[in-house]
Design a protein around this ligand. Sequence first.
Ligand code: ADP
Ligand code: MG
Length: 259
Amino acid sequence: MRGEPVGDVVVDVHGVHKSFGPLQVLRGVDLSVRAGEVTVILGPSGSGKSTLLRTINHLEKVNRGWIRIDGELIGYRGSRGKLYELKEKEVRAQRTRIGFVFQNFNLFPHLTVLDNLVEAPVAALRRPRAEAEATARRLLERVGLSDKAGAYPRQLSGGQQQRVAIARALALEPKVLLLDEPTSALDPELVGEVLDVIKDLAHTGTTMIVVTHEIGFAREVADTVVFMDGGVVVEQGPPAAVLDAPRHARTRAFLGKVL
Ligand code: ADP
Ligand code: MG
């Protein structure tokens, strides 16, 4: 599938629970992603996929369980029944190691494409501006948008905006890139160009967790396909196993609807 050897565990999710009031959204999720691996998460709407990604990126606090990123504990840790919370500074530091790509791109509308990529490395990592710009131009070339450096987001198509968002996430050289339905907001004819960029990253060893309904994409690039339903991982394994020979009725029912 890919040339790169897989390495150590980069994302380790253990027994994570998350509720919103009485609503139990994550009910004991375990997930492990190794360096260079692509994990695709599938599941019906409301199954907790976005919440899981958001807990990994500190956008939600977990109620129970723990998450390690690159060996470092994030979120909460249960020890003798006690829960510890990270300081805001630690949360910020860890967030710079995680790239997040949203369904709706979330670019800074008042900044040019180049400045969208330069802002965080300069502000959060204190990189010299010239260095950050050089990296930004290299990344724009990688996603095929060298000629758009001076444009504003509103001047770009949705597919182009999402490619900028991916480049922006990569500008912090994250340990892992999380993508939450990166093509769901796009017109059908723009989906391919964004998937091609993600495939290119997959083939060059970028560690990623991708929530998507694009089954063909999952089959082509995933090392592991995870099927979530009702706040738990129902089954996971190589694409050939989960997509072509699912063991659970819930997985079969879901695939029957999306395939
Ligand atoms: P998915 O991404 O799989 O569609 P989500 O993680 O977005 O699922 O949501 C799972 C459930 O949690 C849904 O019922 C959703 O309405 C609920 N939920 C998500 N975020 C919040 C929140 N901040 N407050 C209350 N309920 C939420
Ligand atoms: Mg979602």
